[in-house]
Design a protein around this ligand. Structure first.
Ligand SMILES: Nc1ncnc2c1ncn2[C@@H]1O[C@H](COP(=O)(O)OP(=O)(O)OP(=O)(O)O)[C@@H](O)[C@H]1O
Ligand SMILES: [Mg+2]
Length: 234
């Protein structure tokens, strides 16, 4: 479904990603693991068209997307749920969700889509008229995910959804990721919560200093000595 091939990019003259290649099959739940500043967010931004590759290609369902605008990429069914949520804080929950349905393909059916999102996140329905900034951290993360789903994506890129949340809320976020996967949505998840991520994903890639260093099934990575030492504190 998604293929990244030989991707390099950076900011100004500073290179951040080096010849990175990965692929995600339809229906898969793939994770991307790496320490602070490894380049995880930069990779997601390049896939979703917010940044351009210096070299290499990004293909989604057989179509080159690395020259497309972010809105065109969302229109194809690839949605990016960004790091630190990026909500419209002075708009209500409902209005934030509506903003997510902007592709023409999904705008007409937004009421039905919102019902689906409210089934996934009942708390958002209870709070639908509240301003986004009055929500708790966990609820804001749910709103960011709900907004990303309003474009009816086939695949989602999710950047550190558990960041800054209390353990009980983190568990809830991982539960929701599991249900999205069960609904058939393809997932590429960036996480620093490595232990829980390796329990829910099918496969993972490990990136360090902008380079791919390791990849494999989560069961393989859980047993890998480097992963154990560097990411699981074992
Ligand atoms: N807008 C920017 N301008 C210049 N450099 C940037 C910018 N954003 C990120 N960088 C640099 O690029 C490198 C990779 O950053 P990136 O945000 O992709 O890492 P990350 O793996 O997502 O880290 P984190 O886990 O902290 O979110 C870092 O060295 C960072 O300082
Ligand atoms: Mg990041």
């Amino acid at each position: 479904m998604l293929r990244v091939d030989g991707l390099s990019t950076g900011y100004g003259h500073v290179q951040v990603l080096w010849d990175l290649s990965l692929n995600v099959e339809e229906g898969e739940f793939v994770a991307l693991i790496g320490a602070n500043s490894a380049g995880k967010t930069t990779l997601l931004k390049t896939i979703s068209g917010v940044m351009r590759p210096w070299s290499g290609t990004v293909t989604f369902q057989g179509k080159r997307i690395d020259t497309m605008h972010p809105n065109e990429i969302v229109d194809l069914g690839l949605s990016h749920i960004p790091e630190s949520r990026k909500l419209f804080t002075d708009m209500s929950v409902k209005e934030n969700l509506e903003m997510g349905a902007y592709p023409r393909r999904t705008w007409k059916d937004r009421a039905n889509t919102m019902r689906w999102v409210f089934e996934l996140f009942p708390r958002l329905e209870e709070r639908k008229n509240q301003l986004a900034r009055t929500l708790s951290g966990g609820e804001q993360q749910m709103l960011a995910m709900g907004r990303g789903l309003m474009s009816r994506p086939k695949m989602v890129l999710i950047d550190e959804p558990s960041n800054g949340l209390a353990p009980i809320v983190v568990a809830e976020v991982f539960q929701i990721l599991k249900s999205l996967h069960a609904e058939g949505i393809t997932i590429l998840l960036v996480e620093q919560n490595v232990r829980q991520t390796l329990q829910v994903a099918d496969r993972a890639y490990v990136i360090e200093n902008g380079r791919l260093v390791l990849q494999g099934a989560c069961s393989f990575l859980q047993a890998n000595e480097h992963v154990k030492k560097a990411y699981l504190a074992l």
